[in-house]
Design a protein around this ligand. Structure first.
Ligand code: ATR
Length: 273
């Protein structure tokens, strides 16, 4: 039986076992996918079990995504750029690390806003943490010419922009109103929107009527940012699809079937939020 895992700490609330477990039964695969609570000190021992052949691979979540990158034999170039690994695959006795968050971001928008990147010249990314890196890599993949990276702490936006190349332009959050009229996409990568928080004074009304607003936060499913965008008649895509789509490449690598993100799967996961 092929076994896979999700490791992190805490791990009890991870939706990954539900996602992968649903796919295992949908495709009739005799495999397992389990959540294992692993603290940073225990990571080397878990990796030793993986190398010994107990598992085909697994997902990695907070707080292990950066640490695990240093334990892989080989990193996918995009995992290296993002600086974090969320998917591990053992192949030919080699431990390989991938980051599928950027594919989750693209898969979500491709499914829920088809054609979104076709005529997109300028985008605004909110936040400059780990999640912002994956979103910037995704937008770079699609050849978006100008990306404004807005962050509360300007220093962090400047450092990340410098690391990402010359299409990324750092700015403070209050530059939003000035930049909005030319932006076709706004992506929130910060944790704002969780626990009743919201952006103060983000002038969404300055966006073009055709703009798309998306959020990586999925609890709540409709963040205040998305609610405001919807009230203005803008297109919105919530963050749940990113969680579902980032799981696709791992499942395919471990179990040999490329799984589909269906409305039924989404509804199952949505019911647990
Ligand atoms: P992750 O790796 O999940 O992206 P992170 O590295 O802690 O998490 O980054 C969190 C991001 O959310 C940062 O861009 C942070 O802004 P700062 O760099 O100024 O800290 C942003 N963020 C979190 N809480 C915020 C708040 N209340 N207001 C504005 N930005 C916030």
């Amino acid at each position: 039986m092929i076994r896979a895992f999700v490791i992190g700490h805490p791990i009890a609330h991870s939706r990954s076992p539900l996602i992968h477990g649903t796919w295992l039964s949908t495709y009739g695969i005799a495999g397992s996918y389990e959540a294992i609570d692993v603290i940073p000190e225990a990571l080397p021992a878990l990796i030793a079990r993986l190398r010994a052949g107990e598992f085909a691979g697994g997902n990695v979540t907070i707080p292990l995504k950066e640490q695990v990158a240093g334990l892989c034999d080989r990193l996918d170039p995009l995992a290296e750029t993002i600086g974090a690994v969320n998917t591990l695959v053992v192949r030919n006795a080699e431990l390989r690390g991938f980051n599928t968050d950027f594919m989750g971001f693209l898969g979500n928008l491709d499914q829920n806003a088809p054609g979104w990147s076709a005529d997109l010249d300028e985008a605004i990314v909110l936040g400059a943490g780990g999640a912002a890196r994956a979103v910037l890599v995704a937008l770079r993949e699609r050849g978006i010419g100008t990306i404004h990276l807005l962050n509360r702490t300007l220093d962090k936006a400047q450092a990340l922009a410098a690391a990402m190349g010359n299409t990324v332009h750092p700015a403070p959050l209050d530059a939003f109103a000035r930049l909005a009229p030319r932006a076709g996409l706004v992506a929130n990568t910060t944790s704002i929107g969780m626990h009743g928080t919201g952006f103060a004074g983000l002038a969404l009304e300055h966006l073009p009527k055709t703009a798309l607003v998306t959020d990586i936060v999925y609890v709540p499913l409709e963040t205040p940012l998305l609610a405001c965008a919807r009230a203005l008649g803008l297109r919105t895509v919530d963050g749940l699809g990113m969680l579902l789509h980032q799981a696709v490449p791992g499942f395919e690598a471990w179990f040999g079937v490329r799984p589909e993100v269906t409305p039924q799967l989404r509804a199952l996961v949505e019911a647990t939020l």
